[in-house]
Design a protein. Structure first.
Length: 294
């Protein structure tokens, strides 16, 4: 059997080719389920890490933070908030849309990760971080992320009301959990700060945990949009004078402990690590006339 080999001329041939790569990529079992749900049911599903409880969309088989194998699927509404965007104004032939158009990173309700997708049906001058978005599905779907045609803005009065309501409930639970002489304040969007007067370092765990448990048990409205279907809080504790000598130093330490509590799976209270002298000995804990910030 012989193949016919075409003669090759010396003349160079110049052609402008836009490559439509014609190969198949396996998305694995996890990606396949995600795309099948999109195609067959117009559903967006995420996956939860059994260890750190983070919810990933798009899903992946292993948690990039703690490497745990993830198998627990969660169905999401697909609605979310815009966390970042870019407007494309330069046309390239392989691009999916005529310029100008926008890409955004959408943090879906109940997910810990952002999904990058096209924004559509939207006034490019009115895009803003935090705007509420919902997916628009294609009628003919084929099992690709582009089965979501784009995300469009929608008015989410319920979301705002639910957020306000959640803050009010949380403030109420804080008041119920701490003493009248403790000072409770709001510290940014979803953060609160509590100053516990004359409380030793290890005595702060009890009221902080009482508050944490109350939040966990309280049936917040719309909390099924949260990861794991529950609204929870994390707390960081730091003590004067153990962790610092100024309110600023102590707040920074409490914030570090809060970050660690979130990293270790949320819904927990953690104490800032004790500072060490270079000899390796621990600073003594002062049990009276001390203040703890949570
Ligand atoms: Zn994890």
């Amino acid at each position: 059997m012989s193949h016919h080999i075409p003669e090759i001329s010396d003349e160079p041939v110049v052609a402008e080719v836009i490559a439509h790569s014609n190969f198949l990529v396996s998305t694995g079992a996890t990606g396949t389920k995600f795309l099948k749900e999109l195609r067959d049911n117009k559903k967006i599903v995420g996956i939860t890490c059994p260890s750190c409880k983070k919810v990933y969309v798009p899903p992946r088989s292993h948690c990039p933070t703690c490497f745990a194998k993830m198998t627990e699927w969660v169905e999401l509404s697909g609605k979310g908030s815009l966390t970042s965007y870019t407007v494309v104004r330069y046309q390239e032939p392989y691009m999916p849309r005529e310029v100008p158009y926008a890409y955004g990173v959408i943090q879906m309700d109940g997910a810990d990760t952002g999904l990058t997708h096209l924004l559509g049906d939207i006034d490019l001058d009115k895009i803003k971080i935090g705007m509420r978005l919902e997916p628009v599905f294609k009628e003919e779907r084929e099992g690709s992320i582009l089965d979501i045609d784009y995300f469009k803005h929608f008015n989410d009065n319920n979301g705002h009301q639910a957020g306000d309501e959640a803050l009010k409930i949380t403030a109420q639970l804080l008041e119920e959990s701490f003493r009248v002489e403790d000072v409770i304040g709001r510290y940014g969007g979803e953060e609160f700060i509590v100053l516990l007067k004359d409380v030793a370092q290890d005595e702060a765990y009890a009221p902080a945990n009482r508050f944490r448990a109350k939040v966990e048990q309280y049936p917040y409205p719309y909390e099924n949009n949260q990861p794991g279907g529950k609204l929870t809080v994390s707390g960081g504790l730091a003590n004067f004078p153990v962790h610092g000598s100024s309110i600023r130093e102590i707040t920074v330490k409490a914030d570090e402990a809060l970050y660690q509590a979130k990293n270790e799976g949320r819904n927990r209270v953690m104490m800032a690590p004790l500072p060490y002298f270079s000899s390796g000995t621990c600073l003594p804990v002062q049990y009276h006339s001390s203040e703890t910030v949570t």
